[in-house]
Design a protein around this ligand. Sequence first.
Ligand code: GDP
Ligand code: MG
Length: 441
Amino acid sequence: LGGSITRALQQMSNATIIDEKVLNECLNEITRALLQSDVQFKLVRDMQTNIKKIVNLDDLAAGHNKRNIIQKAIFNELCKILDPGKPAFAPKKGKPSVVMFVGLQGSGKTTTCTKYAFYHQKKGWKPALVCADTFRAGAFDQLKQNATKAKIPFYGSYMESDPVKIAEEGVERFKKENCDLIIVDTSGRHKQEAALFEEMRQVSEATKPDLVIFVMDSSIGQAAFDQAQAFKQSVAVGAVIITKMDGHAKGGGALSAVAATKSPVIFIGTGEHMDEFEVFDVKPFVSRLLGMGDWSGFMDKIHEVVPMDQQPELLQKLSEGNFTMRIMYEQFQNILKMGPIGQVFSMLPGFSAELMPKGREKESQAKIKRYMYMMDSMTNEELDSTNPKLMNESRIMRIARGSGRQVRDVMEMLEEYKRLAKIWSKMKGLKIPKKGEMSAL
Ligand code: GDP
Ligand code: MG
């Protein structure tokens, strides 16, 4: 996809006269590429119309960077499609919320339910899992296994065949137990489709979810729109999670799911493991969709915010792919030095959504300082190590004592390190573009 878009734009910028015909040819080429990436036809067509409105041919003829203007327009249009205009319902810690998961069999619901619960548990929530899939043999066992591994309370039955009853009982029980995030996993398969949607409607009616999440496999392709719409018609879908983003699919179906449900994507699944779960971030997703890699925006940002004299060294470290604590420390230092954190929050995809949520810059800054303070109690060996096993209990306790913090604070800092190291490791072997060489596509 990236290749053909680049080619289309190249052809266009080589043309001496950019007229309607050249722009159309370019847009048609891009349309083909997006369709191949499973973006729905109607969305692509609308986008094409919008771009034509935005891209003023007179401006282009006047010597502006044509490629850049069109690239930006395409990028922005795709980002816009992913923004339904209103955020998803956000459960509040300490206040009971019911979250129901829907989606076809195999989409990753059960796995994602646990990831979602685990993610919140790590942040101090009290989640619980309810298995309302009585259709598939082994469904309860699967949920039970996942839940046990993550030490999350669960509810289900081998005997009861009525999913509505189990859902209702489970939700009731966990409300009594003061759980603040009650997650209802549902079935995705039925002998008749109509029966599945009727079942979803009934489970929803019985459990009164605050949020219904539609789970979609990223490789589903053009079927995404109809599927999402079908669920939306039977239950009040309010958010989307895209799974299996670790695979080959670029996830163009996400655009369809957002369009069909008018709900935002909130997380993506990036593997089978419990912690392979990330807050959804629009820009890197669109970059990937356009074949830009998740990193082009990041590289631009580095050129923009990292002091010039430090760039070569940082990029060298990036391409080596080894993210040490010391590098994290240096990056934190950079961030704090750069002044208002708001300006640099989008420096790194991982940094932006998790560590530095928009609007909470003050808190983020305090957190970074706290982390750095703890790192001040680390030895050189620890700071320069790339061996995750090095940080054993006694070292963690020593750091906690040395910085006057709790063991759990040190653990949190180490978790953050691990998360960033994982993102960082994807940069390994990166070909480092020089400033100005970094074209968007
Ligand atoms: P359900 O039928 O919707 O409940 O789907 P499951 O949760 O049982 O998942 C179906 C399969 O997809 C399982 O083998 C999961 O391990 C796998 N799976 C789920 N999410 C992901 C993901 O993000 N990445 C990968 N690689 N596999 C996933
Ligand atoms: Mg399941």
